[in-house]
Design a protein around this ligand. Structure first.
Ligand SMILES: Nc1ncnc2c1ncn2[C@@H]1O[C@H](COP(=O)(O)OP(=O)(O)OP(=O)(O)O)[C@@H](O)[C@H]1O
Ligand SMILES: [Mg+2]
Length: 477
């Protein structure tokens, strides 16, 4: 029964092909034994036939191992001998392991050796193989080059390494898809959370709704599931668009910045299609954020008469798509809207925003922060104090304060130019400017007072009252 011993020994040593040859020899021997009634005795309760049946199962396992190893050889491309080859070998061994019911550790080690040998020899023999195109090469380091088997789905673990591309579905105008790719997807704009003064509550709500769940999705599920739709409302110039831009700078999600002009003018006839494709693309590229700035201009109250049919269809499509996002458990698309006329928004649309956040005029501490921010690189006279500037600008929004700082900073320069031209015609050009010695004088309290007297607050008292009322009725936070 040497063949039987060889079969098992060779299998344990990883010489599977040879082991199967021994098994065939053993089978032939058994057939002869069966004919010889004397020799067909029971060994430890087994007949030769029973033993052969048991060994058939072992031979089957060996065949499976050979099959798996062949599959590995065909599907793995070894474009680089680096740490990943080692990693891949580990995977191969893990994959082969379940077949080895009852196999001992030595067998596993042997298989590992066997696989390494075949992998490397394949590399040296084949060099570049057709599947090499599936390697994601980061150029910067060997350790980051990933080896992907054939049929590897882009959506799985390569997300972020290689850009996904939305394919235009049949029946949809490629122009719409290209336009969204080119002018709606906002990849970077340079606004960070640090550029936004105050508004800490709004900032942290946006961060915990949009940024944290996209970075740690495993924590934000179930009862912690993030909000799907947020409306920012408040007087003009208070930082709503800036907040959205800071969200857009989150590299973990794709930001779709939908300007109202895009929906209502150029694509008017096709705007419902545009909305549909937009949401489809947002789902495709998720996690993503769709930002509708000045949403009142596309989501104002629907009226039975006088409204263009295309506009009504677009509004209905928007409502349908928002429902889809709000009710979808798994899709990670967030809708962000901003408006300074929340009372104009259609009731149905308003209801679809899970949270409606008031972005108010800056209070005194916020105004102090704004002045500090805008004047951080400017020279000021010693008597210029930020709390005093904040007192001067009660009722002003962030945009007004920005304008005041710019104006105050220009006043001293303007004065110098005017002094030079006094009594003669203004004729400012690069040549005449060479004759003026413009000095970088610090900004004085008077400059600020003068700027404040010229620039009026752009928010009316009536508007503020309307916002406060709307906030009390429909707002959150
Ligand atoms: N909190 C803030 N921090 C820093 N700058 C601000 C802030 N709020 C407003 N600003 C200034 O005001 C300008 C306009 O801000 P933004 O466009 O975000 O306002 P908005 O609320 O979207 O206004 P609108 O409702 O008119 O669209 C900004 O470019 C910035 O200079
Ligand atoms: Mg805005």
């Amino acid at each position: 029964m040497e063949a039987l011993n060889q079969f098992r020994e060779l299998a344990l040593n990883g010489e599977y092909e040879k082991s199967l040859q021994s098994f065939d020899e053993f089978t032939k021997e058994v057939k002869c034994m069966e004919k010889d009634k004397e020799k067909n005795t029971m060994i430890e309760g087994y007949s030769w036939k029973q033993m052969q049946n048991e060994l058939c199962k072992e031979a089957h396992v060996v065949k499976q191992i050979i099959h798996e190893l062949n599959a590995f050889k065909q599907s793995i491309d070894f474009g680089d001998i680096g740490p990943n080859v080692q990693e891949q070998e580990e995977k191969e061994v893990k994959k082969a392991k379940p077949i080895l019911h009852g196999a001992n550790n030595n067998t596993v080690k042997t298989i590992k050796k066997q696989v390494s040998k075949t992998s490397r020899s394949k590399l040296s023999l084949t060099g570049k193989t057709p599947v090499q195109s599936t390697i994601t090469n980061n150029n910067n380091s060997n350790s980051e080059a990933k080896i992907k088997p054939i049929g590897f789905s882009e959506n799985e673990s390569t997300k972020g390494e290689k850009e996904k591309k939305y394919e235009c579905p049949k029946g949809i105008d490629q122009e719409i898809v290209s336009m969204i790719e080119d002018s709606v997807i906002d990849r970077s704009n340079g606004i960070s959370w640090l550029d936004i003064a105050s508004l800490n509550e709004v900032k942290s709500l946006l961060q915990e709704t949009i940024i944290l769940p996209s970075v740690m999705p495993e924590i934000f599920k179930g009862i912690r599931k993030p909000l799907k739709s947020i409306l920012l409302f408040g007087p003009p110039g208070t930082g709503k668009t800036m907040l959205a831009k800071a969200v857009a700078n989150n590299k973990d999600s794709i930001f779709f910045n939908v300007a109202p002009s895009l929906v209502v003018s150029k694509w008017r006839g096709d705007s419902s299609k545009l909305i549909k494709v937009l949401f489809e693309m947002a789902r495709f590229y998720s996690p993503s954020v769709i930002f509708f700035d000045e949403i009142d201009s596309i989501g104002s109250e629907r009226s039975a008469n006088g409204e263009h049919e295309a506009t009504r269809q677009m509004k209905s499509e928007l409502l349908i798509q928002m429902d889809g996002v709000n009710n979808c458990k798994d899709c990670r698309v967030i809708i962000l809207g901003a408006t300074n006329h929340p009372w104009l928004i259609d009731d149905a649309l308003r209801r679809r925003f899970e949270k409606r956040i008031y972005v108010p005029l800056p209070d005194k501490p916020a105004r102090i922060q704004l002045f500090q921010m805008y004047l951080k690189d400017m020279e000021l006279y010693k008597d210029v104090e930020f709390p005093m500037l904040a007192d001067l600008t009660e009722g002003y929004n962030g945009a007004d304060i920005n304008a005041i700082c710019r104006d105050a900073a220009m006043i001293s320069i303007r004065t110098q130019i005017q002094r030079f031209y006094s009594g003669s015609n203004f004729n400012l050009n690069s040549q005449t400017l060479q004759n003026i010695q413009i000095q970088n004088v610090p900004i004085s309290v008077q400059d600020f007072q003068s700027a404040v007297s010229r620039i009026k607050s752009s928010v009316s008292f009536q508007d503020l009252e309307k916002h406060t009322k709307w906030f009390q009725t429909f707002g959150s936070l």
